[in-house]
Ligand binder design. Sequence first.
Ligand code: FES
Length: 119
Amino acid sequence: MSPRLVPTGSDSTGRRDRPLRITVDGEPADGIEGQTLAGVLLASGRLAWRTGPSGAGRGAFCGIGVCFDCLVTVNGDRDVRACRRRAVDGDVVRTQSRTRPPAPPAPPARPGAQAEEGE
Ligand code: FES
């Protein structure tokens, strides 16, 4: 387990953890039953797991299902909010990217095109 998790022996609530394991882009990430996917991702040290249109990293922002910054693909379903989905042992999580592809090159200017526009 991650050092970010309070060990069961130190937790005053007396909880008993049932471990689970998911894969994130093929890498294993361990969590406990009841955690959201975002919780498992954060506890495994991941702060960003998606890229927005600008290429900037995104992860959990609001944590309550409002901002949609935490989207992942889970077992083939795209655009799942990681903060709203409970992790299930064996989930296959893929990170997503919304980066825009580079713009295609501009077509060559036609000779005399400026003169036509000015008419
Ligand atoms: S963190 Fe905002 S919707 Fe998931």
